[in-house]
Design a protein around this ligand. Structure first.
Ligand SMILES: *[C@@H]1O[C@H](CO)[C@@H](O)[C@H](O)[C@H]1NC(C)=O
Ligand SMILES: *[C@@H]1O[C@H](CO)[C@@H](O)[C@H](O)[C@H]1NC(C)=O
Length: 266
């Protein structure tokens, strides 16, 4: 499971790089381009929440925020609010890179969503750099990709649960349903799983010819899960020390190239 997570991350980096190269708009025009969204109101059946901080009744959504992907994020936020029965009960937790100022991002969000309940958390991505295998070094172009692994550390300790969403998706149903995804006992997160991928192409011949590595797949159904949509039980994540477990599997000390350049499985 830990191992397959890494494979998924590798695939995601590929997409991200691709997206990055197609967006050339400057910050100034970006700010001017977004209109103000209307206020979205709770329906009468919604729970009235007086204190949203860490409320278990609220839906907490975590997303990364970066100038390069801001269009996607804006569309995602709007789609979440539009399809929610209780939009006023949604709290957004935005992770930004601490190496870039978040002033512009903050202004874009406030201008377009003046009624949004949100908080911005700067993520220090520098320490993550040392954990990345050299074969996927190009993934460092998008260090915020790693933020999803550190949510339990970044978000307030009192936050029990969070829905993590990538900034390149549109919701077409109530996010409260997604947030209510039941997690089996001892399960840290829920995410869409794929078991029909052909893993041969994601790893190099050196990987497959080295039994200590390739035996990872022996007698197992090779599956990966998409980390772009996750419902995370933060309390279980913290008590299972999942962050350090993931760091330990990052293969940083492998002396051979393990990953191929992930092909686009579209
Ligand atoms: C709201 O709830 C949080 C977390 O339970 C608590 O720390 C904070 O003091 C509360 N704020 C108010 C105004 O009651
Ligand atoms: C997986 O891909 C490899 C290399 O492209 C190919 O040789 C192999 O037959 C494929 N396996 C399946 C089950 O499709």
């Amino acid at each position: 499971m830990k191992f397959t997570t890494l494979i998924t991350l590798c695939i995601l980096f590929h997409f991200s790089k691709h997206t990055l190269s197609t967006i050339t708009t400057t910050t100034t025009t970006l700010e001017e381009n977004f209109k103000e969204a209307p206020k979205f109101y709770n329906s009468p059946t919604c729970t009235i929440i007086t204190n949203h901080t860490c409320s278990i009744e609220a839906v907490h959504v975590a997303m990364t925020l970066d100038v390069s992907y801001i269009r996607g994020s804006m569309a995602a936020i709007l789609s979440i609010l539009q399809h929610s029965s209780c939009p006023e009960n949604i709290i957004f937790h935005f992770i930004t890179s601490s190496s870039k100022p978040s002033t512009v991002l903050n202004r874009i969000i406030t201008n377009s969503f003046p009624y949004l309940k949100y908080q911005i958390y700067p993520f220090n991505d520098a320490p993550v750099a040392g954990l990345i295998s050299t074969s996927i070094r190009s993934a460092l172009d998008c260090p915020l990709n790693y933020a999803r692994t550190y949510l339990a550390d970044i978000l307030p300790i009192c936050l029990p649960k969070v829905v993590y969403l990538d900034s390149d998706l549109i919701l077409v149903d109530d996010i409260a349903k997604l947030a209510a995804t039941p997690l089996r006992s001892n399960t840290v997160l829920a995410a869409p799983e794929y078991c029909n991928a052909n893993f041969s192409i994601y790893f190099t011949p050196s990987f497959w010819s080295n039994p200590s590595l390739s035996l990872t797949f022996a007698n197992r159904e090779a599956c990966y899960f998409n980390t772009g949509v996750m419902v995370i039980d933060l309390q279980r994540w913290r008590s299972a020390q999942s962050t350090s477990n993931l760091e330990a599997t990052s293969l940083k000390d492998q002396s051979i190239e393990v990953f191929t350049k992930a092909p686009d499985p579209a």
